[in-house]
Design a protein around this ligand. Sequence first.
Ligand code: UT7
Length: 338
Amino acid sequence: MPESGTRAGIIGMGSYVPERVLTNRELEAMVNTTDQWIVERSGIRERRIAAPGQATSDLALEAARKALEDAGIGPEEVDLIIVATNTPDSLLPAVACIVQDNLGTPRAGAFDLLAGCTGFIYSLSVAAQFVRVGMYRHVLVVGAETLSRILDWEDRNTCVLFGDGAGAAVVGPVPEGYGLIHTKLGSDGSGGPLLYIPAGGSRIPPSRETVEGRLHFVRMNGREVFRFAVRACGDGSLEALEEAGLSVDDVDFLVPHQANIRIIEAAARRLNLSMDRVLVNVDRYGNTSTASIPMALEEAVNQERIRDGDNIVMAGFGAGLTWAVAIMRWYNYRKKSG
Ligand code: UT7
């Protein structure tokens, strides 16, 4: 067990995307849209779609296995599993419990965290508290989604934007001077109706009418969410930096939630960062919600773009409405352990 006051950081990462690629051209045959509209308005060129029978926990498991291997720890060393998702296998049980069973982590607690697309940063923040107070040593955090299952494939406003995928991180002790420096979590519940699924919960339980009314699919006011997102990513990051006693000059990389390249570029401008300092994968995977930030981060770590001691700002927003920023000084666990 680590001591109270321990620094918490990422010490292992993994990701997984389904094999099936759905291109904009294919979408042209499904709804009234064009490749040009999708690329110009969102920056998305293609996305992945889970195979029939492949559920969120299956994607989460693949990413989790890689993250444990990357961290060099076995399943018996995992103390807690947090899965951030908006698309659980079913309403009950939690995806984290299914992952716990399939991963074979005998002594891990497990729960899901629902905070829209911001779920990964929220979970990272929660995980870090357990490590900091000395209660747990290794917390597995997974962002995993099969959004293709809750999309209305007749609604061009939403179906072109999202994709399936999973990203995982092991949060554990890191040396002094590294790890999570600051997290800022925000919400504005009055914006709930801007991005929601009308039926299937306790307010409107499932019925023949709800299915016929297509009420189990995502509905979104894209324009309003866009406004909120630009504010949350830009101003939110500036506020978090100030609270952490850092300035925009201290930022080495921005890892924004991957919803739309225009939102990402607006956030980069606000932080005065050139785009080579911003991690982007929205072109290849679309919006994978809770998986987008860990997937983008893992890719950059694999490419050795991120160096030891780099200051990373993760900024997310999503249904709720929620938003969050995490500032982390990167600990190059791969180099140190190799
Ligand atoms: O993780 C958080 C989840 N969501 C988001 O982050 C989404 C944030 N919002 C966005 O990314 C953008 O608002 C969108 C990409 C959804 C839309 O871009 P926009 O520049 O805000 O477009 P708009 O809402 O102003 O719509 C422009 C037009 C509309 O037509 P009218 O009403 O002006 O005639 C839409 O009906 O584009 C139409 N449209 C489409 N046209 C072709 C909407 N979807 C499509 C489509 N293909 N797929």
